[in-house]
Ligand binder design. Sequence first.
Ligand code: HEC
Length: 128
Amino acid sequence: MSKAEADGIIFERQNLMLQFDKDAELLGEIAAGLKPKDKLAEVTASIAETAAASKGAFEPRVPGGRAKPEVWSNWADYSRRLDDLEKNTKQLAEFGAKGDLTSVTNMLGGALQCKECHDVYRGPKKPA
Ligand code: HEC
């Protein structure tokens, strides 16, 4: 694989993560009542879409960025986490599509597991 290809793969998975960040922040604000719930369907659908794309984005064994080598040496566990995320966010999007903020909020605590995964599989920020 060329360096450009490898960089493209890392860029793609980092962009998905940045999208998670944006959507999870907005969703948290909606759940907290800080933002109106008119974007609930859109933002939950977006998280589900990003989650569905994530496993494929990490499948190529391309160390780099802040991904620890354990992503690939521990692929069974890592990919199970992404499968769970996909499943949970699909459920979130179904509630979101119905405008069911209560069910979305009830699920939120356990559905995303962002920090849990980062604690194990994401390295520290690199100096710019
Ligand atoms: C299954 C593991 C896993 C889950 C779940 C996960 N992440 Fe990540 N995340 C990673 C890894 C690995 C990286 C480092 C990727 C890289 O640099 O190549 C990362 C990177 C990031 C980054 C830094 C992106 C950048 O390049 O600036 C953000 C922001 C982020 N994740 C947000 C989230 C949010 C928000 C969630 C939950 C909705 C989430 N992540 C869920 C594994 C995960």
